[in-house]
Each structure stands twice: as C-alpha cells, then as structure tokens.
Design a protein around this ligand. Structure first.
Ligand SMILES: C[S@@+](CC[C@H](N)C(=O)[O-])C[C@H]1O[C@@H](n2cnc3c(N)ncnc32)[C@H](O)[C@@H]1O
Length: 257
C-alpha cells in the first residue's frame, strides 16, 4: 500500500504555496459544473456533506449554511489550518477530520453528499479503490458523490498544441517534440500509468474510462462525467497563445450508488 504518512507530509509542505502550485477548480473564470450540481442538490438548511481532501477549504464557504452538518477532511494538517483560517468565525460550524480519506467507517450511512475535488489522487490504485468503496458506504439512500479528478488526457492535448506551436515557428518535428515535452513537463509524468510527481507529492491523473471503471467497481451504479474547463492563461505554458482553442479540462463526475 502507498505510504500515506509520507504523502500527507508532502501535501502539508505544499499548503504554504498552494495557490501558486495548483490549478484551482473554484477560481473565477473556470467553468465548474459542480456549482450547478450543488445548487440543484442542496436542500437549504438540511443534510450532511463532507468535503474529502478539502485542502485549503476553497469549497467550504459554499457548504456552510447550506447543509446542516459539514465535515472537512484532509490528511495534511497544514491544509486544515488554512481551511480553518479561511472560514474565520464560521469554522465553528464545520467538523474538521484530520485523517486519510479511506478511513470513513464512523460516517457510514451518514452523508447526503460527499465531495472530492482533485483529491482522489493516491498513486496506489488499491488505495483509490478502497477509498471509493468507503465513500459509497458513507452515503444515505438517495445520496450523491460529486467530484473532480485531474485529467491526464488534457496534458496530451496541451502537448499537441505546444507541438503545433513549435512547428509553426519553424522547428523540425524532433525539435518540436523536445520543446513540447519540456513545456508540458513530461519529465514529471508517467503517461502509461497516469501519475505525476512534483516536490515529493505523487498524484494519480485520470482518463475518463478509468474513472467510470473504478466508480462502477466501487458500487456506483450511475455515473455521469463532465468537465471543469480552464481558460488558457499565463499559468499554463503557451496559454495566452492558445486562446482560440478549446479550453483545457479536468474530469468532473456525479456518481450515485
Ligand atoms: C490538489 S488538493 C485539492 C484541495 C481542494 N479539494 C481544492 O480543490 O482546493 C488535494 C488535497 O487532497 C488531500 N489528500 C490527498 N490524498 C489524500 C488522502 N488519501 N486522504 C486525505 N486527504 C488527501 C491533500 O492533502 C490536499 O489537501
């Protein structure tokens, strides 16, 4: 099994510079279908929700007040410190759980909504399967699991655009491949197995077929996929030059047992 002790430490270290280091699915300008899903689901004042792998808590202000009970779980203590700080006085309305996401036995049958945004990233797929099963078991009848996972195919799309840009600038195919691989940071990825390693953090990146497969394997009978779409901006190498092309994406899903 993956040693989550080691990963929680690396994630905690990343908390300080989180906003610089990670794409934010909640940032303004990003098209995130989860907002509409949450709006459609949330019975004002009712229900229980858990933000699993809540990180610095970007989603939590949207959950507090809409749900009667809000859990915020993360295994990285420094992330939870930032999440509490973001919430200020409202932090008292949230139950913070510092633990890995597969440890959900005490929440079995307790949730109406489970959310995991870019946190189903354990590099050991056995741990992903175990986590998905644990999440399914937290849901009450009629409950729903919403999430976003990092897309590996979007990295290949970015690579294609970088290739075309270099060819357009007169590079040979060999030079264009080298340049695209450099700017898309291929050295940090294992494309065959969908993994990304950066500053000690190892993350799983997903193809849509694997998302469907693992959710079904964990007992989710209904799975709808969508996309969180990111505008091309300066945070992405070559970004502003790709403005006329379809945006990059992560995979979002709505899953029901
Ligand atoms: C990329 S961040 C996303 C944070 C937040 N959901 C957001 O979208 O802003 C991933 C978060 O998941 C947490 N995480 C990763 N694997 C985890 C696990 N196995 N158990 C609990 N938390 C985990 C990390 O500590 C980190 O805070």
């Amino acid at each position: 099994m993956n040693n989550h002790q080691d990963q929680d430490r690396h994630w905690s270290l990343a908390a300080v510079r989180y906003d610089e280091l990670f794409l934010d699915a909640f940032q303004s300008g990003v098209e995130n279908p989860l907002w509409a899903e949450l709006d459609a689901l949330a019975d004002p004042g009712g229900g229980a929700v858990a933000d699993l792998g809540c990180g610095t808590g970007a989603l939590l202000p949207r959950l507090v007040g809409r749900f009667q009970k809000v859990y915020a779980l993360d295994f990285a203590p420094a992330m939870l410190v930032k999440a509490r700080k973001r919430l200020g006085k409202e932090a008292g309305r949230v139950t913070f759980l510092e633990r890995p996401m597969h440890e959900l036995g005490d929440l079995a049958g307790a949730l109406d909504v489970a959310v995991a945004v870019n946190s189903l990233v354990m590099p050991d797929v056995r741990l992903i399967d175990q986590t998905l099963r644990a999440i399914r078991e937290t849901l009450r009848p009629g409950g729903v699991f919403l999430g976003v996972v990092p897309s590996i195919d979007a990295i290949l799309y970015h690579t294609m655009l970088l290739m075309d840009r270099a060819l357009g600038q007169g590079a040979s195919p060999v030079e264009a491949e080298r340049s695209a691989a450099f700017h898309a940071e291929h050295a940090l990825y294992d494309f065959a197995f969908g993994r990304f390693r950066f500053q000690g953090i190892e993350q799983k990146f997903w193809h849509p077929f694997e998302l469907r497969h693992r959710l079904a394997k964990a007992g989710f009978g209904s799975v709808e996929l969508g996309q969180v779409r990111y505008p091309w901006d300066e945070s992405i190498p070559g970004g502003p030059e790709f403005a006329g092309h379809p945006w990059s994406w992560d995979w979002s899903f709505v899953a029901r047992p």
